[in-house]
Design a protein around this ligand. Sequence first.
Ligand code: C5P
Length: 227
Amino acid sequence: QAPQDLAGLRVVVSAGGTREPLDPVRWIGNRSTGRQGVALAEAARARGAHVTLVAANLEAAGSETCADEVVRVESTVQLRDAVRAAGAAADVVVMAAAVADFRPAAPTEAKIKKVPGQGPAPIELVENPDILAELVRDRLRPGQVVVGFAAETGDASGGVLDHGRAKALRKGADLLAVNAVGGGRGFGTPDNEVWVLDATGEQVAHANGTKRQVADVLWDAVAKVRG
Ligand code: C5P
């Protein structure tokens, strides 16, 4: 039995990766499977929290049972609406989903056709809302703790932490979990290595292990922030 140190807390975790439609059958997406987000939901629930999972196209096992409520979304705009709806009553919001920065400007209702003799049509993109930045700006609930993730390529000495610190300052989230991706790390793997930074870019925790172990270290850091 895990310590019930999150008992009575309402938490929202976004997980997975967004899909931005090009036409009815195609999208622009990313490699996130949702494993770290599902592990975060499971760990919070085991520690007594009420968990809402906002699930973007999850491939990870356990997505049905890891949370008290599961809201399924596909695109970034849908994810924002779901996170804000659930976030209005939340003590903690963790943005673990990999969110597309851009989306096709005008997804077509009919399937895009290949026209013989014509090259590909260019795809115009527009910027998506930065959901994490909006949560920090709007503070949907007084005292709400907002946590972001930052997937960076490289290693601790080679840029991951420098990029992470810059992002922590830019995003202003109470905690930013910086994880190394690329070279077989991060997306879809059972393990993860994460440095947890506060809003000033100071490192407050480090975790290297299963995604569940990483999740518990992050919840420890959240519990500390809440005091
Ligand atoms: O800047 P970057 O995309 O690396 O930031 C990652 C963090 O910001 C993640 O927590 C992700 O869920 C969140 N994010 C967001 N909205 C976006 C892009 C990223 O909330 N449009």
